[in-house]
Write a protein that binds this ligand. Structure first.
Ligand SMILES: NC(=O)c1ccc[n+]([C@@H]2O[C@H](COP(=O)([O-])OP(=O)(O)OC[C@H]3O[C@@H](n4cnc5c(N)ncnc54)[C@H](O)[C@@H]3O)[C@@H](O)[C@H]2O)c1
Length: 262
């Protein structure tokens, strides 16, 4: 039997490259998935590709009514919800120049909507024998990055929110963990690098021990692990999927001590 036979996962932001690979990985392991995203074109295309195991619901997760309707429709169509993955995000960030509106909008998408999604899914996930929630954070949660104030703060908050949720949902039998990807080949990195994967790997190499970007499938496999019974004693934890980024110190990969003798 596949790992997620008879399981249903809700993925917010599932229409993006990372979300789509996650949806495919869940379906490949026997799950049914609901993809909640603003992006109607890519969402519908993905659902078509995945067939009857996937349901795309065009949803603005910052709108309570839409989010509630999407969660209820998922439960109606598939009969249950076992997993929630809070993946949707906004990269709105002008550093110190960001307006109050920028802050509120980005935090609404990156943080507050994840809480609302968890609240709405909780009564369904409570009934699952294998309930789990995975929140997406980032390497940006723990490193100062010049010109970026909102995104890293939202991801740091998500990391701590994961601990709060894990504690208060433990009695419901719901495990809650987060993943912190490093640079991952994705829409945003594809756009900025002009679609040049080799260049993106070259730029990422000095600060990722593995010398390259991650792939969406590699992130998806860690999310699947965290949702699976293999992680039955894992909760409140953050898993780095970052090719060693967060373990690397400021000396990076170069021997620093010999520089004293230069
Ligand atoms: N790309 C990377 O290198 C990287 C690195 C670390 C962490 N991450 C995290 O991985 C996740 C996916 O990142 P990505 O780069 O693929 O993002 P992306 O910008 O490509 O996709 C985000 C998705 O969220 C959706 N979305 C935005 N606002 C929404 C709303 N109000 N309602 C519903 N959907 C909404 C968008 O339509 C989009 O499909 C994010 O949580 C991000 O923080 C990405």
């Amino acid at each position: 039997m596949s790992m997620f036979e008879n399981s249903v996962a809700v993925i917010t932001g599932g229409a993006t490259l990372i979300g789509a690979e996650l949806a495919k990985a869940f379906v490949a392991e026997g799950a049914r998935v609901a993809i909640l995203d603003l992006d109607a074109d890519n969402g519908a295309r993905l659902a078509d590709e995945l067939g009857p195991s996937a349901l795309f619901i065009e949803t603005d997760i910052t709108e309570d009514d839409q989010l509630k309707a999407a969660v209820e429709r998922t439960a109606e169509q598939f009969g249950q919800i076992d997993h929630l993955v809070n993946l949707a995000c906004s990269y709105i960030d002008e550093g110190v120049e960001s307006s109050r509106g920028d802050w509120l909008k980005a935090l609404d998408i990156n943080l507050v909507s994840a809480v609302m999604a968890a609240k709405l899914c909780r009564p369904f996930i409570q009934q699952s024998a294998a309930g789990a929630i995975v929140n997406f954070t980032s390497i940006s949660a723990q490193a100062a990055q010049t010109g970026r104030w909102i995104y890293p703060a939202s991801k740091a908050a998500m990391k701590h929110l994961t601990r709060s949720m894990a504690l208060d949902f433990a009695a419901d039998g719901i495990r809650v963990n987060s993943v912190s990807p490093g640079w991952t080949w994705s829409r945003v990195i594809g756009e900025v690098s002009g679609g040049d994967r080799e260049k993106a790997d070259r730029v990422a190499a000095p600060f990722h021990m593995l010398g390259r970007l991650g792939d969406a499938q590699e992130v998806a496999q860690v999310v699947l692990f965290l949702c699976s019974p293999k992680a039955s004693f894992v909760t409140g934890a953050d898993y780095a999927v970052d090719g060693g980024y967060s373990a690397l110190g400021p000396e990076q990969q170069e021997p620093a001590i010999p520089k004293l003798a230069e």
